[in-house]
Design a protein around this ligand. Structure first.
Ligand code: BES
Ligand code: MN
Ligand code: ZN
Length: 507
């Protein structure tokens, strides 16, 4: 991970320099200085490379002179169409280019292009570039012991060069805390399943205590006592015990007299944390089963989100609850046909032990609304393969009982590049869950598999505004994106941080 710094815009005497440039503009600011120092070779090279500043375009000059090792032009697209998300992408592309070379240090010019939208000032521009760069620098290399030095990234630090480094640094501070949260999630999701079992993940949650998050960990005895029976039914086939972790960040200004008084109801986030999903007795095929190590990505996102909110001291009261289990086949595993009484009191006929995420969430959702009476609940889960058939890897499936909350989530997704597509709910789908022997069964058949999964969850939500994000298609990606290296994406952290920042923080 590369350290991010800010400095005044002086032409570096050595190392690599990235020049983000808008479409159809002549080199200005640092870029103009570079062109002069190189006797016009920057302009000539960009012309030769047909670099026009288009979004995502890059052109690299190797050993161009003036002591510089590389000069890399990165396209921003049209200045008037700049968005935060687009600037972050340019920052990510800049970082990828810096990491591809041998430089120990690199610089990124943060000259706000002429004609940028009013809302984006020079400090915000530098800070967003920095965020994209930082996010792209993520690497999970804990388990590499024989990597050759020349295969490891050399870059230790990247410096944003802009007119007001102090203001840029201040604008970046909360964004850096969000990136920290993203990295916590990516670490959790990347860990192999023999390392990250429910108990270990719960310990990682405890570490949020140092940020001021209150963390409670419940084990099987307490969960049994409380009646988390459907969650425990999933866990009962595994030698690794279940955990439920409740994380609380109380950042809303306290009103009235007495400690802990005042504050509106908290916002609440609930995550599916299946640290490995074999399918249980309804076992999955061997091919690709290793992917099921990231069946805890919903819970991972909740942990990273709580870290981001606490890290940037968000003025909100937030609750994060994660249900942590391993779904294994064994002599103690639940069977297809078992009937289990959930924490809510409703009974469930488990017809497929591979539809386990909804069983975990059912108890966590009911517990969350009962104990915290939140303003809203959003759950995140790698819930169904069917959502990948519906939406591919480009959108999370959004299901919501509340149109306002849904609209807020969709907008936050657009702003952060974590996009969500709303899917329907309705009684006709709900009927697919009818059981011959219990209150419901845990599968609704092939048609609309993601929708019936969401209907199942909705049976464990009362009046509270609720949204469910099925992130099975977006939690992990096979190829690099500008600000997201391939692998664990931490989808949901930035989206939900934004949701909170835009609509649920005290001002
Ligand atoms: N964890 C899986 C869903 C999943 C599949 C996530 C692929 C990521 C990639 C979930 O527990 C599951 O197995 N769902 C079943 C439900 C079915 C049995 C009703 C599925 O989607 O096949
Ligand atoms: Mn499953
Ligand atoms: Zn699963």
């Amino acid at each position: 991970m590369t350290e991010i710094r800010f400095a005044a815009p002086a032409l570096p005497k050595d190392g690599a320099l990235v020049l983000p440039m808008a479409e159809g503009t002549a080199p200005a600011g640092l870029a103009a200085q570079v062109d002069r120092a190189l006797s016009g070779r920057l302009k000539a090279a960009l012309k030769a490379a047909r670099f026009a500043g288009k979004k995502g375009q890059t052109a690299t000059l190797l050993a161009p002179g003036a002591g510089l090792s590389r000069v890399i032009a990165v396209g921003l697209g049209k200045a008037a169409e700049l968005t935060e998300d687009g600037i972050e992408a340019a920052g990510g592309t800049a970082m990828a280019a810096l990491l591809a070379g041998a430089d120990l240090a690199g610089a990124i010019a943060a000259d706000l292009p002429q004609g940028a939208p009013k809302g984006i000032d020079a400090a915000a521009f530098a800070a967003r570039l920095a965020l994209g760069a930082r996010l792209r620098s993520y690497r999970f290399d804990r388990y590499r012991t024989t990597e050759k030095p020349e295969d490891k990234p050399a870059l230790k630090a990247a410096t944003l060069l802009g007119p007001d480094p102090a203001r840029a640094k201040a604008a970046y501070a909360p964004l850096g805390r969000i990136a920290d949260g993203v990295f916590i999630t990516r670490d959790l999701v990347s860990e192999p399943p023999n390392v990250l079992n429910p108990a270990v993940m719960a310990e990682r949650c405890r570490a949020l205590g140092k940020l001021g998050v209150k963390v409670e960990v419940m084990g099987p005895r307490e969960l049994r006592r409380l009646g988390f029976n459907t969650l425990l039914a999933v866990a009962q086939g595994s030698a690794n015990e279940a955990r439920v972790v409740v994380m609380r960040w109380n950042g809303a200004p306290r009103r009235g007299r007495g400690k802990g008084k005042g504050g509106a109801a908290p916002v609440a986030f609930v995550g599916k944390g299946v640290t490995f999903d074999t399918g249980g007795i309804s076992i999955k095929p061997a091919a690709g089963m290793e992917d099921m190590k990231w069946d805890m990505a919903g819970a991972g996102a909740v942990v990273g989100l709580m870290a981001a909110l606490a890290g940037r001291k968000a003025k909100v009261d937030a609750v994060g609850i994660v249900g942590l289990v391993e779904n294994m086949p064994s002599g103690t595993a639940q069977r297809p046909g078992d009937v289990v009484k959930s924490y809510s009191g409703q009974t469930i006929e488990v017809l497929n032990t591979d539809a386990e995420g909804r069983l975990v969430l059912a108890d966590c959702l009911w517990y969350c609304q009962e104990r915290f009476k939140p303003r809203f609940m959003v759950d995140l889960a790698t819930l169904t393969g069917a959502i990948i058939i519906s939406l591919g890897h480009e959108n999370a499936g959004l299901f919501a009982s509340d149109d306002t909350l849904a609209a807020q989530i969709i907008a936050a997704g657009k702003a952060t590049g974590e996009e969500c597509w709303r899917m329907p709910l309705g009684d006709a789908y709900d009927k697919q869950l009818k059981s011959d022997i219990a209150d419901m069964k845990n599968i609704g058949g092939r048609p609309g598999g993601s929708i019936t999964a969401a209907q199942f969850l909705q049976r464990f939500v009362n009046k509270v505004p609720w949204a469910h994000l099925d992130i099975a298609g977006v939690a992990w990606q096979g190829k690099d994106k500008p600000a997201v290296p391939k692998g664990a994406t931490a989808f949901g952290v930035r989206l939900l941080d934004r949701l909170v920042a835009e609509h649920y923080e005290s001002r």
